[in-house]
Design a protein around this ligand. Structure first.
Ligand code: SAM
Length: 262
């Protein structure tokens, strides 16, 4: 039997129109991954200090793990490439990785021979499987806001009753983009960034039938300081940057995390 990652990928695209809305985003995302993939994480972190790596990312991963119900069947919906997966996937009986980007699935499949690989060209999944935990990490906020509600509806449908949604690392609407007066920002290469308020996300989850919706503090950025200094602060005093300051200075939050139950 052919067990190459390519052969393991199952097409789970739900019926309906695939109007190509994601094609441009897949290209943008694949380009970003290719640029980063030329280096190891350590090499990248030596010269790149953005919040998706380094002490900030490690802190956010720790917080996510602490609030995730570990065990049973996990769906990592919008899993991206292979980095950080050990930190999120450890302890689950089965892991299913779902993506619009086939290239990301191939990378994940090489690193994780046991993972089930699901490809959906329109972002929506047709399957009878139901999961104990659905992780959606840095998906909302990186797609057009119109694509958010169908993603959350699908998260809800794919959970077992009583299952947990972990919605994390969603770009926060805060001081910087308030000053810019824009929530939706076109990103070079055809992608989008959209900044959500905490209330937007609570309402979105509530409208889709989630209950026990609980926000979790992830962390903030001290404005005016470069990411490198913020990274150093997270390394030195993660409890301050990630726990104590965000409730006092909510407009400086960089990302949101919420957990909710079906
Ligand atoms: C910013 S990356 C985050 C990757 C990873 N979850 C993480 O936390 O590092 C967002 C990923 O979500 C994928 N994606 C976006 N919308 C999606 C959708 N509706 N269904 C499945 N994957 C999606 C993109 O292709 C991309 O790989």
């Amino acid at each position: 039997m052919d067990s190459s990652p390519d052969a393991r990928i199952v097409d789970v695209t739900a019926g309906g129109d695939d109007d190509g809305q994601y094609a441009v985003r897949v290209a943008a995302e694949a380009g970003r991954r290719d640029r980063q993939r030329t280096e190891s994480l350590e090499d990248l972190e030596r010269h790149y200090r953005g919040p998706e790596v380094g002490a900030i990312r490690r802190h956010m991963n720790r917080v996510t793990r602490r609030h995730m119900r570990i065990g049973g069947d996990l769906l990592d919906y919008g899993c991206g490439g292979a980095w950080w997966k050990d930190e999120m996937w450890d302890g689950f009986d089965t892991v299913t990785a779902a993506e619009i980007d086939r290239g990301a699935l191939i990378e994940v499949g090489r690193a994780y021979p046991q993972a089930v690989l699901w490809h959906t060209t329109n972002g929506i999944i047709d399957s009878d499987r139901r999961f104990d935990v659905v992780l959606s990490s840095s998906v909302l906020g990186y797609i057009h806001p119109d694509q958010g509600p169908p993603h959350i509806a699908c998260c809800h449908r794919l959970l077992k009753d009583g299952g947990q949604l972990v919605l994390t690392r969603v770009l926060a609407h805060g001081l910087t983009n308030s000053l810019r007066r824009r929530r939706l920002i076109a990103v070079e290469g055809g992608s989008f960034a959209y900044h959500y308020s905490r209330r937007d996300l609570i309402d979105l989850l509530g409208r889709h039938g989630f209950r026990d919706i609980r926000p979790v503090e992830l962390g903030l950025r001290i404005p005016g300081l470069p990411w490198s200094v913020n990274q150093a602060l997270y390394g030195a005093v993660p409890g301050l940057m990630g726990g104590l300051l965000p409730p006092l200075l909510p407009f400086l939050r960089i990302q949101h995390m919420l957990v909710a139950t079906k």
